[in-house]
Design a protein around this ligand. Structure first.
Ligand code: HEM
Length: 444
């Protein structure tokens, strides 16, 4: 089910680029100040305040020391929190409020791997993820016998669960003839087509399996991926990996975070039950019911160039103000953009701005769930910042992403400052019941 029938066919998908709009000229970053939040967090022990240094101007007064303020109140992190793994309709890590850190890794199955090897891999991963998400090791950290090798690598020993989730995805390759699973292929799973503007690198693209680990402690997320990779080396080998930080989307009660371009990211996202049902979860999809599709794009930013772009242009590119995150036709972050509004014959929100091109109003009502993270790989070979957005979206039809990105890839003003360098698509099966494992239905 894709929800296509509820879409507005009158909306234009292929609107050509329009003329540049006027600068909206909203306030800049001159009113910087710190919002207390760290003190409350420190006092709370394992509970960490979200934005100890919220540095953008805001109409919100700084709270008194020790009192959770807007930067920490609804956005506090409880490192002792555990996310259930078994008996959930959907895998965790999709609707779970985004944690602070992520490690995303893809794998390819080794030559000679059998269908049974794949089954064992999925069963072992599931059992291990169940342990890890409860804050437990996956085996002995310090074996009794001196000649024994530890089962668990140990770097998360003593650390809290930190809301760890590990989401498992199955790439199109799982359903090719190697494993006799073609009859189980999820109906809409196929490699993404080439999309306008793609500059993809093979070493950052595709994969038979994906693991998305998210946690509020980066070491907990890294430990999970490292140990899950280590336990399957005879069956699968690592393909590409991205370490993410500073979530680039918000869940209920969380403040909208910022991407590395300094703009709030995730303001208009999928949030309601109805939208999850219509746009994210698969219904009437046989063994994939309750599952979804994951699209991953590694998007590099030319940050140095961006940093010297004037603020009016930056705001025109997104169609939003930088400080508040308001649409250029509004005052507050959650004001609804008015894409039709014109001043002196020019659209206030440029027709080729990022939000004008991506908004459901201009895409036959289509929405995708964005759950990305910022990433940095340090410096590139020219000494420039090597950083960007690990874009991850969930949708019940990958074509929804393809349609959106085809439009963005052709017309988005943002393209001057970004390059899509990595890409992959995976089917994400539903969550397992106790005693079972992710993807078991493949082998029934
Ligand atoms: C580095 C790349 C990207 C950056 C920096 C970026 C940044 C942003 C920002 C700042 C917003 C406005 C705030 C919000 O509503 O979340 C936004 C909105 C949005 N973006 Fe992106 N984005 C990127 C790539 C993409 C891609 C690849 C897609 C999908 C193909 C996408 C889809 C959307 C959608 C659907 C919205 C909401 C538009 C609305 O309803 O107003 N973005 N993005």
């Amino acid at each position: 089910m894709t929800g296509e029938s509820d879409l507005d066919p009158a909306a234009s998908i292929d609107a050509p680029p329009g003329p540049p709009s006027a600068d909206s000229g909203r306030s800049g970053l001159s009113r910087r100040r710190l919002i207390a939040g760290g003190a409350a967090a420190a006092a709370a022990g394992a509970v960490v305040g979200a934005g100890a240094t919220a540095a953008f101007g805001s109409s919100t007064a700084a709270p008194a020391a020790g009192v959770p303020g807007p930067a920490s109140g609804g956005d506090a992190v409880d490192l002792t929190h555990r996310v259930p793994f078994y008996d959930q309709a959907h895998q965790a890590g999709i609707r779970t409020p985004p944690q602070r850190h992520s490690v995303f890794m893809t794998f390819n199955l080794n030559r000679g791997t059998t269908r049974q090897d794949l089954q064992v891999l999925l069963a072992r991963w599931s059992a291990a993820i169940a342990q890890l998400t409860q804050g437990k090791a996956i085996g002995t950290v310090e074996p009794a016998r001196p000649d024994a090798v530890a089962t668990d690598t140990g770097e998360a020993h003593g650390l809290a669960p930190a809301s760890l989730t590990v989401t498992v995805g199955l790439g199109p390759g799982v359903f090719d003839k190697r494993f006799d699973l073609a009859h189980k292929r999820p109906a809409l799973l196929r490699e993404l087509p080439r999309i306008p503007g793609d500059t993809l690198r093979p070493e950052l693209s595709g994969g038979d399996l994906s693991l998305q680990a998210c946690a509020d402690d980066p070491q907990v997320a890294y430990h999970a991926i490292r140990n899950l990779a280590r336990m399957v080396t005879t069956t699968a080998h690592t393909h590409w990996v991205v370490m993410g930080f500073g979530r680039a989307s918000a869940g209920p009660g969380q403040e909208t975070p910022r991407n590395l371009m300094g703009f709030k990211d995730g303001t208009r996202n999928v949030v309601s039950d109805a939208d999850y049902d219509q746009f994210v979860w698969l219904r009437d999809a046989d063994w994939m019911t309750g599952g979804t599709y994951q699209v991953v794009r590694k998007i590099a930013m030319t940050i140095e160039t961006w940093d010297f772009d004037r603020i009016s242009d930056q705001q025109r590119i997104f169609g939003r103000t930088k400080d508040e995150g308001a649409p250029l036709t509004g005052e507050r972050e959650f004001d609804t953009p008015d894409f039709g509004k014109q001043v002196e014959g020019a659209h206030v929100i440029d027709e080729t701005s990022h939000i004008a091109l991506a908004a459901p109003e201009n895409n036959r009502g289509v929405k995708i769930l964005r759950r990305g993270y910022n990433y940095t790989d340090g410096l590139n070979s020219q000494g420039l910042l090597d950083a960007g957005l690990l874009f991850i979206s969930y949708q019940n039809d990958p074509q929804h992403f393809v349609d959106l990105q085809s439009r963005l890839g052709r017309f988005d003003l943002l393209n001057e400052y970004i390059r899509h360098i990595g890409s992959a698509v995976f089917a994400v099966p539903p969550g397992p019941v106790t005693g079972s494992y992710i993807g078991k239905a493949l082998f029934d």
